[in-house]
Write a protein that binds this ligand. Structure first.
Ligand code: GLC
Ligand code: CA
Length: 531
């Protein structure tokens, strides 16, 4: 028998909406989105029906990596707003039954963080060992061959104290030394600080890279990666995904579990593609190691079906699945598969079993925006040029309504807005029931009213480029059909039912009693009455 999720498991059925606050809404005309802007746009969350909002970092930062370089973990960036505004945001979201998640960046700090300033001040400083300091190699060069993800050596020479420090990302983002129990205790207190303020959980940044091999063994070359951008040409055997990290994750989880009903999402970009161990076995780790299959994989129907199947195989026995269709780090779904197919992505996102995670703008089909050379801000694009790795295109401001700067700001937006087509803003789509935005809203309502998280899932064979699967539970049987073929399809499924949701709204509530016709790029959910 299926049970509705109890409150401690609210996150299983949840729709999580990721906000990049700098690009959400600007309330004071400085061109940078802020907490005031979030407060003004609160109705968007309740209108859409999301259960949780996750904010990218809002802490003080020199913005070398746009907030992922944190100068103080327990304060807010002045351009974001005040603690009073954050408290108000939490309270007003909670009134609407919406939870708030923050980004937690455990792996590194900004180089102007007080801890790092102390640590680099002298070898004798009590906080010296809070970061990863090493002598150079015998030949005087860097301690080993490890590479920064953002280009070049992962080691930076410090003239003042005559040693190198390690940085998995920018040299302005020195790695904390997670082997050090004082570092772990300090970071646990950061979590408690926000949890006591009423935050409902975190998305843990770069969670697999907390520890590096203590022997500093060289990473081996990756023969399959010769064509890759330079930072990807070594296998991160010793600098990523070390067993020690899993123990540190268990400690983080234990801290979060001191508070009821909280949740941990995590970025675990692992080479093997199997997130299983990040859930934990006897001792819990993350509730939701984020799953990027829908964003990373080919949308050829058999390939996509196989990836979904492999993901379930690795997760279902001991973890709860999740699906992500957008992120501040990855090309937009609308640019990957084309605007006309975003509706299919939405149908899959909200009907596949698991937690659903979308990124601001996905609900209006925002595309990647080409950034003129002189407006590029992302350090990844600037330091590893020529591979199309820049993340600015998917970080441009949200498009609220037609008019100057799409009503994001009255000032000069920090990134260009791009060309905005008519009908593509939130206001226009909200006024048009045939829009993508309305499809997202209907799907979220349908998910909450007619699907139960524990409804069983049964894949069917793909037919003629149409992906098919069934959900079965309290509210009966539903067939999901996603036409990925690129053409019109007629399927003889030999069943009768009613269309519950379709990417073509005029078809909803119509009966099916005969072959199923799917228009190009159509996806639908059919309530099965008999077969
Ligand atoms: C994560 C973030 C990314 C950031 C990096 C370094 O991958 O999502 O935006 O640049 O960590 O903190
Ligand atoms: Ca602002």
């Amino acid at each position: 028998m299926e049970q509705p999720a109890d409150d401690a498991e609210w996150w299983k059925h949840a729709v999580v909406y990721q906000v990049a606050p700098r690009s959400f809404h600007d309330s004071n005309g400085d061109g940078i989105g802020d907490l005031g802007g979030l407060l003004e746009r609160m109705d968007h969350f309740s209108w859409l029906g999301v259960d949780a909002v996750w904010l990218c970092p809002i802490y003080p930062t020199p913005n070398r990596d746009f907030g992922y370089d944190v100068s103080d973990f327990c304060a807010l960036a002045p351009e974001m707003g005040t603690m009073e505004q954050l408290d108000e945001l939490i309270a007003r979201l909670h009134e609407r039954d919406i939870r708030l998640l923050l980004d937690f960046v455990p792996n590194h700090t900004a180089d102007d963080h007080a801890w790092f300033r102390a640590s680099r001040s002298s070898r004798a400083d009590p906080q010296r060992d809070w970061y990863v300091w090493r002598d150079g190699a015998a030949n005087g060069g860097a301690p080993n061959n490890w590479l920064s993800r953002f280009g070049g050596s992962a080691w930076e020479w410090d003239e003042g104290t005559g040693q190198y420090y390690y940085h998995a990302f920018l040299k302005e983002q020195p790695d904390l030394n997670w082997y050090n129990p004082s570092v772990r205790a300090a970071m646990h207190d950061v979590l408690r600080f926000w949890l006591r303020r009423g935050v409902d959980g975190f998305r843990v940044d770069a969670a697999a890279v907390l520890a590096e091999d203590d022997l500093l063994r060289d990473d081996p070359p990756d023969p399959e990666a010769e064509e890759m951008p330079p930072p990807g040409r070594l296998k991160r055997a010793y600098s990523d995904d070390r067993p020690e990290t899993l123990g540190y994750i268990e400690e983080i989880r234990a801290v979060v579990d001191e508070f009821p009903d909280r949740v941990l999402l995590a970025e675990v970009d692992v080479a093997s593609g199997d997130p299983g161990r990040f859930y934990g076995f006897d001792t819990p780790r993350f509730h939701l190691p984020l799953n990027y299959v829908l964003l990373d994989c080919s949308w050829e129907p058999d390939a996509l079906g196989a990836e979904i199947d492999a993901y379930f195989a690795s997760v279902m026995s001991h973890g709860w699945p999740n699906w992500v269709i957008g992120s501040h780090d990855k090309p937009r779904i609308a640019s990957k598969i084309g605007y006309d197919k975003v509706g299919i992505a939405a149908v899959l996102l909200f009907t596949l079993p698991g937690t659903a995670i979308l990124y601001q703008g996905d609900e209006i089909g925002m595309p990647d925006v080409e950034i003129p050379r002189d407006r590029v801000r992302d350090p990844f694009a600037l330091r590893v040029p020529g591979f199309g790795l820049g993340r600015d295109p998917h970080r441009v401001p949200m498009r609220w309504s037609p008019g100057p700067n799409a009503d994001f700001t009255t000032g000069e937006p920090w990134l260009p807005m791009g060309a905005i087509e008519s009908g593509s803003t939130v206001a226009e789509q909200a006024a048009d029931e045939m829009s993508l935005l309305h499809l997202f809203r209907r799907l979220i309502r349908f998910r909450h009213s007619a699907l139960c998280p524990r409804d069983s899932f049964r894949p069917w064979r793909n037919q003629a480029g149409v992906m098919l699967f069934e959900r079965h539970g309290r509210a009966g049987r539903h067939l999901v059909a996603a036409n990925l073929s690129g053409g019109r399809r007629l399927l003889d499924l030999k069943l009768r039912g009613t269309v519950a949701i379709s990417t073509r709204p005029d078809r909803e509530a119509t009966r099916l009693d005969g072959p199923l016709e799917l228009k190009r790029d159509e996806a639908l959910v059919l309530h099965i009455e008999s077969d």
